[in-house]
Design a protein around this ligand. Sequence first.
Ligand SMILES: NC(=O)c1ccc[n+]([C@@H]2O[C@H](COP(=O)([O-])OP(=O)(O)OC[C@H]3O[C@@H](n4cnc5c(N)ncnc54)[C@H](OP(=O)(O)O)[C@@H]3O)[C@@H](O)[C@H]2O)c1
Length: 270
Amino acid sequence: MIIGFIGAGIMARALGQGLVSGGIVPASHLICSAPLPQDGQPFLDLLPGSQWTPDNAKVARESDLVILAVKPQVFPEIAPALREPSAGKLVLSLMAGIPLEKITAALHPGARVVRSMPNTPMQVGNGASVYAGGPNVTDEDLELVHRVLSSAGKAWRVEESQINAVTALSGSGPAYVFHFIEALTLGAVNLGLPEKLARELAIQTLLGSCRLADRSSLTPMELAAQVKSPRGTTLAGCAVLEENDSLNNLVAACLLAAKNRAEALARGEL
Ligand SMILES: NC(=O)c1ccc[n+]([C@@H]2O[C@H](COP(=O)([O-])OP(=O)(O)OC[C@H]3O[C@@H](n4cnc5c(N)ncnc54)[C@H](OP(=O)(O)O)[C@@H]3O)[C@@H](O)[C@H]2O)c1
């Protein structure tokens, strides 16, 4: 099986690496396109044996699975050249905000299109991806897409109507977490800790807590209750987060703003 990436940026490289390290295909079965040789070079450096071309149509023609990994704004400009070569191909879109209907209308009627929403922790094999299949996609296609996305993390099948909310949660979520790391770091620096130590402690605390939440049979709030001893420090700290439901309200507003933007992208407000 040949897997082709239209676009050779962060997400293409992350998924390409997952495909090779997960044993789905060797690097020699990967081909990518990007306008200039220097745009494709990081992909080739990361995945020796793979190929680069400036010709998007060639990637579509030569691949069994075509992965759309360009920015959503670029899709209208590249779609016409993909129309004929996408006939009979399985096409997996990573593009935020472009609905299945628009992608299928732009490609050949015989293309089988799956839309996904991955996230950047895919770069370290810990992505969270969802996918939804278009009208003529088969069970085998969905199974293949599940294996492809799972090679760089975890994957879930969803209804397309859920993708904007997923975009707001796991698509944009890594940035919220990076902001939280920074906020913890700045808060600890204000308490007198050196910045490097504060950042390392913040990251390790998030990593450890996420692993615990992932492996434990308890809910996150039950795990929080375990740390909140009466009259203790954690209870005092959490009282600030919980006052007037401030953390929940802030995060809800953040997700709503991201979902609204995803809906605007879907309406074509690129
Ligand atoms: N990053 C995220 O957090 C994230 C999360 C979920 C989904 N996504 C989606 O994943 C897709 C890729 O995002 P990314 O972060 O990987 O973007 P990126 O790093 O900017 O990569 C885009 C790639 O497309 C190439 N490109 C630009 N114009 C092209 C053209 N006409 N033909 C072929 N290739 C072209 C770019 O080349 P140049 O180097 O010349 O620009 C670059 O290699 C986007 O649609 C995004 O919505 C991203």
